[in-house]
Write a protein that binds this ligand. Structure first.
Ligand code: NAP
Length: 335
């Protein structure tokens, strides 16, 4: 019987994930029952949120159970089908898990027409990453021409799209990222007006210097100290978009609250969190606009595709927390 490998959550990680928090098991390639199909995965999306899904706490989705396949978004090809809506050979995208093969009843699965874009782009700019940037900036941040937009995690998957969308909307964009190389890429390749290295000693004063009129939209992916420093720069009527807080995901205790929150009062600002899944009805609208901007060359998809097998998942996830990715991190599965 042909076999398939999958990664199970073996223990709830404490702090950073370690290889022993997972178990790689070999199972038989599944057969579809009626109204099901089997997908052979080709590309796995590696996301900071995965770290949160491993914690046994109240969240927007239930935690992954011990002994369950680790949850992951992915693209793959249908290899066997007893489902009227999905035929063998079709390319599909869904939450299939960290596994070589998955069985699905089609719930939450959509078909992918590559249309000249790679599978990684369909997980990135044209996938949930792009949807997050689009709705977070346009709907929650309500960016306007002439605004100053501050984006943290700017060289990452979501951040690199947010900055480019803000430029498309005629805003001035200040990115925050780790290290001169990432900052150089943001300005030279993606057209950010300024990119500031939060690891540099001059970061605080640079942030003040480059936001002389304050910040109208602060799109925060990082939380912690960077959130506090950004709050200190708010312009009157600013919108703070809480997209994520990667600096806090490996905490073993509660995340500290932002000590500068009174700046919301001073600036008559609002701070709102959002979840991309709430915009599912409007994904087609966003994907159509993003595809157009990609084809016009106004939007670039920055991808970091690494080849490996499902067993490399813990190391891949750790890359996000060490800043060892630029743009969308994707694990392309070896065959
Ligand atoms: P990503 O930005 O591609 O990867 C993570 C990046 O975060 C790293 O490359 C690293 O870049 C930075 N980072 C890691 N630890 C840090 C720290 N302690 N301080 C500062 N920066 C740190 O990941 P992504 O997929 O685009 O996700 C970005 C954020 O969006 C995450 O917080 C994620 O949870 C959130 N998100 C939210 C939604 C939603 O619906 N609300 C949906 C998707 C994603 P540097 O080298 O610059 O440090």
């Amino acid at each position: 019987m042909p076999s398939s490998r999958q990664v199970l959550l073996a223990a709830r990680p404490v702090g950073e994930v370690k290889a022993s928090d997972f178990e790689v098991v070999e199972v038989e390639v599944p057969e579809p029952s009626e109204n099901e199909f089997v997908v052979e995965l080709t590309h796995l999306s590696i996301d900071p949120a995965m770290r949160g899904w491993m914690n046994d706490v109240r969240s927007y989705v239930p935690p992954v159970g011990i002994g369950e396949v680790m949850r992951a978004g992915a693209v793959g090809r249908v290899t066997a089908s007893r489902h009227d809506g999905f035929a063998e050979g079709e390319l599909v995208r869904g939450i299939f898990g960290v596994t070589e093969h998955a069985v699905s009843d089609g719930g939450g699965v959509d078909k992918v027409v590559l249309g000249g874009a790679s599978e990684a782009t369909h997980l990135g700019v044209l996938g949930l990453t792009g949807m997050t940037a689009y709705f977070g900036l346009l709907d929650v941040g309500r960016v306007q021409p002439g605004d100053t937009v501050l984006v943290s995690g700017a060289a990452g998957a979501v951040g690199s799209v947010v900055g480019q969308l803000a430029k498309i909307k005629d805003a001035r964009v200040v990115g925050i990222a780790g290290g001169p190389e990432k900052c150089g890429m943001l300005v030279e390749e993606l057209g950010f007006d300024v990119a500031l290295d939060y690891k540099s000693d001059d970061f605080r004063s640079d942030l003040r210097k480059h936001t002389p009129d304050g910040v109208d939209v602060f799109f925060d992916n990082v939380g912690g100290k960077i959130l506090d420093l950004g709050l200190a720069r708010l312009a009157r009527g600013a919108r703070v978009v809480i997209c994520g807080a990667i600096s806090q995901y490996n905490n073993t205790g509660p995340a500290p609250g932002p000590s500068n929150y009174m700046m919301l009062l001073v600036a008559r600002a609002t701070m709102a969190g959002f979840l991309v899944f709430d915009y599912a009805d409007r994904y087609p609208e966003a994907a159509a606009e993003m595809s157009k901007w990609l084809s016009e060359g106004r939007l670039k998809s920055i991808e970091d595709t690494v080849r490996g097998d499902v067993g490399s998942f813990p190391e891949m996830l750790a890359r996000l927390f060490a800043g060892r990715n630029t743009g969308k991190l994707v694990l392309e599965l070896d065959r």
